[in-house]
Design a protein around this ligand. Structure first.
Ligand code: 5GP
Ligand code: ZN
Length: 143
C-alpha cells in the first residue's frame, strides 16, 4: 500500500502543462523554474494575463503550501508589471466549473482595468491580436 502522491497527476493533455513546458506556444511574459505567466489568448482587457505553476494541479488547494506561496510571489511580480499598462487591475481565480473554470490547471488571472464598467462579458472578449501581443510582451516581460 503506497502513500497517496502529493502531486496530482496531470491529465493526458493539459494545455497549461504544455505551455509551461514550452511544448505549446504562448506569449510568455515571465518565467522562473516553478512558474510562468503568459497572455490570455482571449483577453477580457488589454494585457489580461495568466500566472501558472509549472507543476500540474487542478486548483490552488491541490498545491502544497510552499508552491502556493511561490505562485503568489509570481502573481505579485505580474501585478507590478501590469501597472505599467494601467494603475488598476483585477486578480481572479476560478475554482471549479460552477465558478467558471475552463482550464483545470490552476491559474490566476491578472486583468488590467482602464475604466470600462464591466469587461467580464463574453461580448467584451476578442481574440488576442499578434501585433498587440508582441507589444505587450515587450512591455510586460522587461524585469
Ligand atoms: P478559466 O475560466 O479556466 O479561469 O480561464 C481559462 C483562461 O485560459 C481563459 O481566459 C481562456 O481564454 C484562456 N485560455 C484557454 N486556452 C488557452 C490557450 O491555449 N492559450 C492561452 N494563452 N490562453 C488560453
Ligand atoms: Zn496541467
Amino acid at each position: 500500500m503506497g502513500r497517496a502522491s502529493p502531486k496530482p497527476a496531470a491529465p493526458a493533455s493539459c494545455i497549461f502543462c504544455e505551455i509551461g513546458q514550452h511544448r505549446a506556444p504562448a506569449y510568455v511574459v515571465y518565467e522562473d523554474t516553478e512558474t510562468m505567466a503568459f497572455l490570455d489568448i482571449f483577453p477580457f482587457t488589454r494585457g489580461h494575463l495568466l500566472v501558472i505553476p509549472k507543476r500540474h494541479a487542478p486548483r490552488l488547494t491541490d498545491l502544497p503550501f510552499p508552491d502556493q506561496a511561490t505562485l503568489l510571489r509570481s502573481v505579485d511580480v505580474l501585478c507590478r508589471r501590469a501597472e505599467r499598462l494601467t494603475s488598476d487591475y483585477n486578480v481572479a481565480l476560478n475554482a471549479g466549473a460552477n465558478a467558471g473554470q475552463i482550464v483545470f490547471h490552476v491559474h490566476f488571472h491578472v486583468i488590467p482595468r482602464y475604466g470600462e464598467p464591466n469587461p467580464f462579458l463574453a461580448a467584451s472578449r476578442a481574440p488576442l491580436k499578434v501585433r498587440d501581443a508582441e507589444e505587450l510582451v515587450t512591455t510586460l516581460s522587461a524585469p
